[in-house]
Design a protein around this ligand. Structure first.
Ligand SMILES: Nc1ncnc2c1ncn2[C@@H]1O[C@H](COP(=O)(O)OP(=O)(O)OP(=O)(O)O)[C@@H](O)[C@H]1O
Length: 242
């Protein structure tokens, strides 16, 4: 794998029976990029992301993630990435502190490291006084920030975010993106799906999937130029909802 690439996919395909949910997609993501993975409902984003996260095996094609093969090294991939799904995996009936400790354990961090990093994380989130509250009692925006923090608690090289900001207002979303930028500034690669076009504008590059295929891939400015429109919303409408 070339040194500055963290993902390289080549004709990656996933079929369910005869239906190709992901149909020969080829693309690359550079280290440290914020890469937006867009597409209408059912376009195949989650299916592709699950393969790239080591959670599902492709039907054909190749992909390397963080230097590991999606066919043969799924356990290595899982250890070296972070993943936050739409329904994020926090335990509602555990406290904030207990959730952090639990995920540190899953990522095989040492107890001392979990303790030290938990304090830093709680301070960063401004949640120190809430540490013993049940996650189920938190507002959605807080849960999303906590879920993101937990998904990168082990300092992975890349984090996959599947619609991380669904259902919250623009101000809360903007705050969430401040956290994404901070992680990106530290050199982490961000791979994010979203249905919000303001978020597409925040990405370095954006790919747009239509019916299992990647139909366009460029910077937001490049895509707007290519499609002769003024907003990502219009790019999306032209491509994904022709
Ligand atoms: N396990 C499965 N078995 C059969 N079909 C599936 C399976 N998982 C996904 N699909 C189908 O594959 C297609 C792509 O689904 P996927 O969830 O990847 O889309 P998506 O782009 O993430 O959509 P959304 O934005 O709604 O999350 C859909 O038509 C879906 O019904």
């Amino acid at each position: 794998m070339e040194n500055d690439l963290i993902i390289k996919a080549d004709k990656l395909t996933k079929r369910f029976g005869t239906f190709a949910a992901v149909n020969e997609i080829s693309f690359e993501v550079k280290k440290g990029e914020i890469f937006g993975f867009l597409g209408a409902n059912g376009a195949g984003k989650t299916t592709a992301m699950r393969i790239l996260s080591g959670l599902s095996i492709p039907t054909s094609g190749q992909a390397m993630v963080a230097g590991y093969d999606v066919w043969k090294e799924t356990e290595k991939i899982k250890q070296n990435i972070g993943y936050m799904s739409q329904k994020f995996s926090l335990y509602e009936d555990l406290t904030i502190k207990e959730n952090i400790r639990f995920f540190g354990g899953i990522y095989r961090m040492a107890d001392r490291q979990i303790k030290e990093n938990s304090s830093a994380l709680l301070a960063d989130l401004g949640m120190e006084s809430e540490a013993n509250k049940l996650v189920g009692s938190l507002p959605l925006g807080w849960k999303q920030k906590l879920a993101f923090s937990v998904s990168i608690f082990h300092d992975p090289k890349i984090v996959f975010l599947d619609e991380p900001t669904g259902g919250v207002d623009p101000v809360t979303r903007r705050k969430f993106w401040d956290m994404i930028y901070q992680a990106s500034d530290r050199g982490m690669t961000i791979f994010v799906t979203t249905h919000y076009m303001d978020e597409a504008e925040y990405c370095d590059r954006v790919s747009i999937m239509v019916s299992g295929k990647i139909e366009a891939l460029d910077s937001p400015a490049g895509l707007k130029e290519q499609f002769s429109v003024n907003s990502m919303e219009d790019v999306f409408l032209k491509l994904a909802r022709p």
